[in-house]
Every structure is written in C-alpha cells, then in structure tokens.
Design a protein around this ligand. Structure first.
Ligand SMILES: N[C@@H](CC(=O)c1ccccc1NC=O)C(=O)O
Length: 292
C-alpha cells in the first residue's frame, strides 16, 4: 500500500522502527540500543586518542568528537558518523562506537553533534552537518579519503550532505564513499505523524530537505562517490521501501551505488553491530577504504 493511502495509525506504525524488532519489545529495543551505543563509545574512548568537543561553528551544539588511531599510518582514511534518533534523540556522546574496529586499522572516526529538535529544526540540522564536513576537510586536509556513514535520521542527513551545492561554501569536499544505513529519504510521509511533532516541518521544509527530490543535485555534487544504501531485513516495509526507492533513483541516474539488504538485523542492530570488526557492513566499509 502506498503511504498516501494509509490511515494515521498504520503510518505511525510503519514509522516506529522499535515496533518491528523481533528481538524484544519496543521499549526494550530502544533501551538496549542506547546502552549498546554508549558502551561501544566508552570502549572507543578507551582505545583511541580523542579530541572531544571540537567546535565546527559558533553554536553550542556545533561540536564534534575525533577518534584518532594510536598507530601511525601513511594513508589515513577518515569516516564521519552522523547519528540517528529521528532528529530528536541521541547525540555525539553515544556515537563513537564504530571507532572500535576502525581505529585498529588506522582509520580516524569523527562523530558529529548537531542540534536535535526542539532546539534545532530541519534546515539548521542540515546546515550543521554540511558545515561540519567543511570543517573536517579544512582541519584534516592531509587525509587520503573522506567517508560518510549515517544511521536512520543520520542517513537522511548524510544524503543531504551528498546533495549539497558547495558553491555556497568555502571548499568543495570530495567524499569517496557513503554508507546510508536504514535511512529516510522522503520526508513527506512523516509530516502527519508523531515524528513531526517536535520538528514542526511544513510541507515546503520537508520537500527542500528530501534527498529523494534532490537527486540531480546529488549527481552534480557526488558523481564520484561510492554509495551504499543499507537496510535491515526487519526494518518496516515503509523503511525498506524508502531505501529501495532511493537506491533505484540513484542507480537510474548512473551513480555508483549498491544496495545491501542486511540479513538478521533490525533498525537498531544494523548499526549497533558496527562495533564488531567481523560484521558484514564493517568489512564492507574497510574494503571500500582498501583496508582489508
Ligand atoms: N519512536 C521511535 C523512536 C526512535 O526511533 C528512537 C528512539 C530513541 C533512540 C533512537 C531512536 N531511533 C533511531 O535511532 C521508534 O519507534 O523506534
């Protein structure tokens, strides 16, 4: 069924990722998610050299954390991670977990903070993640490859970064690869749901911030970026459709894109597992960076 034909109840069920996990109840899967991210981030902070709360702008919320490998390597790749949480939960404080397997391989990981709702709105969050990328490129101009990874709402923000018209900015970042994990690429279906209550997006805001409507700009800005659209086996049908349709649109416009339907995962475990070096998506990311 197309989302425009769904009753509010059904639309809200489709856009409640926690209700689709087969591992545990909705409340428990969110609790376990936050716990897994926190524990992973603590581990990463114990393993890596860290630069915490590095400003990338003037705003209080415009800070990022850098996880630096102890070993010195010649070709240093850098991954910027953009956290999820429906643009209203989570922060960079629990977003360093993927550094656990990556710093071991000499990869620098950056966890970006941004102003979630109600403090921030959609236009601001998009502007913040874009500016964070510019700042990272300016500070780490010697790196040999810049990669993006985003989960859920963070995959939406990562796709918005790929769709940036950089002529408005001081530099044009060259992003080599992007992992878009269980993302939302069309914001229109969530406009009438509980998700939009703190966001307060109008239709106009949702349209200008929907990557599905910006594919021609994405093609102009990110034509040489290797894009992976990943979705969980146990994501809701609507979430799976969002990924499939975005993938198909990118593919049809000739971009370098692959689809990963990750077996035995749900909306939360698909990203939690990036703390493990043996996880399929971790290996894929390392392979993309030539580190396997
Ligand atoms: N109502 C949403 C809540 C949600 O998505 C969420 C809540 C807390 C922390 C992270 C979340 N989502 C994705 O990372 C759900 O059903 O999953």
């Amino acid at each position: 069924m197309h989302w425009t034909e769904m009753k509010k109840d059904e639309l809200e069920r489709q856009y409640s990722p926690s209700r689709w996990s087969t591992r545990m109840s909705a409340d428990d899967v969110i609790k376990a998610h936050v716990k897994a991210l926190k524990e992973g981030t603590e581990r990463a902070r114990g393993m890596a050299q860290t630069l915490l709360n590095v400003p990338y702008g003037e705003g209080d919320g415009e800070k990022l954390d850098v996880y630096i490998p102890n070993i010195n390597s010649l070709d240093v790749h850098l991954v910027v991670y953009i956290h999820g949480g429906y643009w209203q939960f989570l922060s960079k404080e629990e977003s360093g977990f993927m550094a656990v397997p990556l710093v071991d391989k000499g990869v620098v990981v950056v966890a970006v903070g941004y102003d979630i709702a109600p403090k921030g709105n959609m236009d601001l969050m998009v502007s913040q993640v874009r500016r964070s990328i510019v700042s990272v490129v300016q500070q780490y101009s010697h790196i040999s490859g810049l990669y993006l990874c985003g989960h859920s709402a963070g995959a939406h923000l990562a796709a918005m970064v790929l769709s940036t018209d950089w002529s408005q900015y001081s530099i044009t970042p060259q992003i080599k690869g992007a992992f878009l994990v269980s993302g939302i690429y069309d914001l229109l279906p969530i406009l009438s749901t509980y998700v939009n209550e703190p966001l307060k997006m109008t239709e106009e805001v949702a349209v200008r911030n929907s990557p599905s409507k910006l594919v021609s700009q994405l093609k102009l800005s990110s034509c040489s970026c290797q894009i992976v659209v990943a979705v969980a086996e146990n994501d809701s049908p609507e979430f799976r459709k969002q990924s499939e349709e975005f993938y198909k649109t990118l593919e049809a416009s000739g971009l370098n894109v692959t689809m990963e339907d990750v077996a035995n995962t749900d909306h939360f475990s698909i990203i939690e597992k990036l703390v493990d070096g043996e996880y399929h998506l971790t290996k894929l990311l390392l392979k993309m960076m030539g580190k396997s």
